[in-house]
Write a protein of this length. Sequence first.
Length: 213
Amino acid sequence: MKKIFPVLMAFMLLSSFSFSQTDLTTAAPNTKTSESPLTNDFYLGYGGLSVFYFSGQLVTSFNLDYNVGTLSDPSSPGCIYIGYSRILNNVISTGFMFGYQDFQSTGTATKYESNSTFPATVDDKLLMGMAKITFSYVSKPIIHMYSGIGIGITMDFATEKANGESSSDRKLFPAGQLTLMGLRFGRAFGGFIEFGVGTYGILNAGLSYRFAD
């Protein structure tokens, strides 16, 4: 009896140790799953001071029986855009983005026949799409610092109105955005601010949502 008791105690201890090891092994994957890498990023942003502010009137041709004189510099409330990025690793992510901005200019037009003048407006509705690659140089759970570059195309749907007449034109222009420095806060839900130059703006800001596969 005295020999059986130590054997039973040793068996109980081994059983308890094995059960504990099984629990840890089971818990580890659950913990890892809850911290799965967030490899998908959808974002919505606003940009101000696009290069189109400084390029002057976009080159378009209208079929009208009057001549439009000098127009004012284009004005716009800014650019709104949406995008998606696939985070490949701690450094590189690739994706695409689509933007929209509306530029308006005003001036005067002169009728060819009567030589009379009247107000004229030109409205450029710009739709932009581009592919983008981003390089992160600080990648922490709740803060990211990065730079990036995007290249694409701009579609200009232009309309000119004067003296009750209107004419439209369609043009294609290049699109591009160089992000010199970007900063994102938050893990899943977050916000970002970017400084750069391009067709989306000099200063951009917005909201972002990241999720795992």
